[in-house]
Design a protein around this ligand. Structure first.
Ligand code: C2E
Ligand code: MG
Ligand code: MG
Ligand code: MG
Length: 282
């Protein structure tokens, strides 16, 4: 009987890995087509200020509804896009969609808030990266301080000096950067205070297990660390009122998560902004 069970699970494993491989091949084959036909659409997840419980900005997240494959999660296609050099085009398409939207709203005298875009390490270290960013700002009339960039923690491991230089250049342009998914990478803490990041995003895995004393202590420590080196801690993946209460108690100033809002389309974000009172209307 035991042998039979092993046999069964082995064949399930085989089926799954074959299925996964086919899926990866399909994604690989459709990426170029999807980019050419602009099948990618940027979604926005509101970031909430914990003092006012108001939206203070958004994170831009890529979404792909492929005409051939249907809806595919970024967790699946982003790594494949990274491996095949297509990620730059995805990042720049997001940038374009965001800047067009912000420019339109500015022209209509409508409220806008800062938007954070995710940048892959490959793109961040690309020799053309800063030039790409400069070029895109020439094309749209949006002040750079409305755009922030999120890069993952492992970025500094690749080339600390280069990372510092790029971050300084971005800062000179008026673009602030956040460290994404902080705590799950293998960064060296000694580099951290020397890098001009403005925000530290506490990874969702810590926030979601804050009810465990050890995890609570980690979140507490990251918040304190961020403040001590003059960076702003931001909590990711808040799903419950209890998590929010704990974060507020620890002095965390802002966060995002399904408890507040899931990522939404640009038109939904538009409705959200238009129904919110502006500061001078209050
Ligand atoms: P990330 O930058 O850490 O983004 C946060 C992820 O957590 C998003 O997943 C978001 O939808 C999800 N999330 C937010 N709040 C909650 C919550 O309360 N509970 C749970 N369970 N999840 C929550 P998403 O959109 O699937 O993106 C996954 C990752 O893919 C991102 O992680 C980012 O690393 C990457 N990514 C997404 N869009 C882009 C992009 O345009 N460019 C690049 N380079 N990477 C991207
Ligand atoms: Mg992010
Ligand atoms: Mg993140
Ligand atoms: Mg994350």
């Amino acid at each position: 009987n035991a042998q039979k069970r092993t046999g069964t699970s082995y064949s399930i494993y085989e089926d799954n890995s074959t299925k996964q491989l086919t899926e990866e091949m399909d994604i690989l084959n459709q990426l170029a087509y999807g980019l050419q036909h602009e099948e990618f659409e940027v979604y926005l997840q509101p970031k909430i200020n914990f003092q006012t419980i108001e939206v203070e900005g958004f994170e831009a997240l890529s979404r792909w509804n492929s005409s051939k494959l249907g809806f595919i999660s970024p967790v699946k296609y982003i790594p494949i896009a990274e491996q095949t050099g297509k990620i730059k085009a995805i990042d720049l398409l997001n940038f374009k969609q965001i800047l067009i939207w912000l420019e339109n709203r500015m022209n209509e005298n409508k409220k806008i808030l800062p938007i954070a875009l995710n940048i892959s390490p490959d793109h961040f270290y690309d020799p053309d990266f800063l030039e790409n960013i400069r070029n895109i700002f020439y094309q749209y009339n949006v002040p750079p301080h409305y755009i922030k960039l999120e890069v993952t923690e492992s970025i500094e491991l690749v080339d600390f000096k280069k990372a510092k230089e790029i971050l300084n250049q971005l800062r000179l342009m008026g673009i602030e950067c956040s460290i994404d998914d902080f705590g799950i990478g293998f960064s060296s803490l000694s580099y951290l205070p020397q890098l001009p990041f403005s925000e530290i995003k506490i990874d969702r895995s810590f926030v979601s297990s804050m009810n465990e004393p050890g995890m609570y202590a980690i979140v507490q420590t990251i918040i304190q660390l961020a403040k001590n080196i003059e960076m702003r801690p931001i909590a990711e993946g808040i799903e419950t009122e209890e998590q929010l209460a704990m974060l507020q108690q620890l002095g965390c100033p802002a966060g995002q998560g399904y408890y507040f809002y899931k990522p939404m389309s640009i038109s939904e974000a538009e409705q959200l902004l238009d129904t919110q009172k502006t500061a001078d209307e209050k």
